[in-house]
Design a protein around this ligand. Structure first.
Ligand code: NAD
Ligand code: ZN
Length: 360
């Protein structure tokens, strides 16, 4: 097949308060009283009665709190899967992820690993997943990554940071309730939102661009500009728009790719554990050479919102550590090819990457 035939999220509900409909949405998918729904919930909501009390638990359904402090790792995915298998005789009716990109990715990965043998590390790559996962639902509580629509779940494994990209990965159902975005710390709102902005710039300036990606990317970029440049405060309209910007940004990269910022930020995150949103900002801040317009506008947004972009992360690294980051970044061939074309290796040498990392 010369054209990629992508699955999409088949069902989505949007609106303030739509989270309250979750019970109704899940019930028809229940496989019996002994096959629970498992809710993977960001630890940050522990004790937040307003959200937790609205999770529609029945029978032996269970909430598992998961920390988003570190990015998802294959070993944690395997542990969660093993714990669920140990506790419940029947395969769960579904896995529901409630949180940011971290929790959404855990939910996708655990749903797949309940029906695929071995370790999630065996499936990092493209189209390695053999069997459909259990029914899985994504409910974002912070917007920007596009993980709610994407065909991947990004995991750090023993050897690489790479997604389980497959037709079975996308959610079966997404619930977009912008009121869940209340209470996000400002820096984090900025970093995760900039993930979306950067997806758009990388997609729209990439060599893989086509009308499908462009149409979603341009809409997403307009929404990001409204939220981060035109608005004076984070009001309801801004939450609604950021949620849709993230959705469109994810759709845009479905049929194209990300670029230089993501390739380098994966290196940072693999070596130093730098989280995706802030990592992208640290890298993008230094990419004026590759994305002059985008970086200029990004800096305006940083100034407008008084955001801290950490600096000096790489100042004390050893040669071996630089080499590890460079290896990870260089392994992401499609990203470089999208950013710079087939001859990307003429511009992107190890020396060039080292000099760029040294600025971060
Ligand atoms: P996150 O999920 O790590 O959340 C960031 C922080 O915000 C956490 O501390 C979390 O507890 C907190 N938080 C979330 N919702 C909140 C709320 N409503 N109120 C208060 N605090 C809240 O961050 P993220 O930027 O959404 O996701 C990053 C992850 O997403 C990375 O692991 C990255 O690899 C992944 N990612 C995946 C895809 C994909 O397509 N699958 C795409 C991009 C990024
Ligand atoms: Zn991203």
């Amino acid at each position: 097949m010369s054209f990629r035939n992508f699955p999409m999220v088949p069902r989505v509900v949007f609106g303030r308060g739509s989270f309250n409909q979750l019970g109704e949405i899940l019930e028809p998918k229940r496989q019996g009283n002994k096959a629970p729904f498992i809710f993977l919930v960001d630890d940050v909501f522990r004790g937040k009665v307003d959200l937790i009390s609205r999770i529609p638990l029945k029978h032996n359904d269970k909430i598992i709190y998961v920390s988003a402090e570190e990015e998802p790792k294959t070993i944690y995915v395997d542990d969660i899967r093993d714990d669920i298998k140990k506790e419940f005789k029947e395969t769960p009716s579904g896995i529901i992820g409630i949180g940011g990109g971290t929790l959404l990715d855990y939910a996708k990965a655990v749903a797949l690993m309940l029906t695929n043998p071995g370790s999630s590390a065996d499936y990092q790559g493209w189209d390695l997943v053999k069997h459909q996962g259990v029914y899985h639902v994504g409910i974002p509580t912070i917007s920007g990554t596009g993980a709610e629509v994407s065909r991947t779940t990004v995991l750090t494994g023993p050897e690489r940071k790479l997604g389980m990209n497959s037709d079975y990965t996308p959610f079966d159902q997404v619930v977009l309730d912008p009121s869940l975005l209340n209470g996000i710390p400002k820096n984090q709102w900025f970093y995760t939102g900039m993930d979306c902005y950067i997806h758009c710039i990388e997609s729209l300036t990439g060599t893989y661009l086509n009308a499908f990606s462009q149409s979603y990317g341009e809409k997403s970029l307009d929404l990001c500009r409204e939220v981060y440049l035109e608005k004076e405060s984070i009001d309801e309209d801004s939450q609604d728009k950021l949620m849709m910007a993230s959705w469109h940004g994810g759709m845009s990269i479905a049929y194209s790719q990300v670029g230089v910022a993501h390739a380098m930020s994966y290196g940072l995150s693999y070596l130093l554990g730098t989280k995706h949103g802030v990592g992208n900002c640290i890298v993008f801040d230094q990419l004026g050479e590759f994305y002059p317009e985008g970086v200029k506008e990004f800096k305006q947004m940083v100034t407008k919102h008084g955001i801290d972009i950490p600096k000096g992360l790489c100042k004390d690294l050893t040669d071996d550590q630089f080499d590890t980051m460079i290896d990870v970044a260089l392994s992401l061939v499609p990203l470089w090819e999208n950013a710079l074309g087939k001859d990307w290796q003429k511009t992107i040498t190890r020396k060039k990457l080292r000099s760029m990392y040294e600025l971060m």
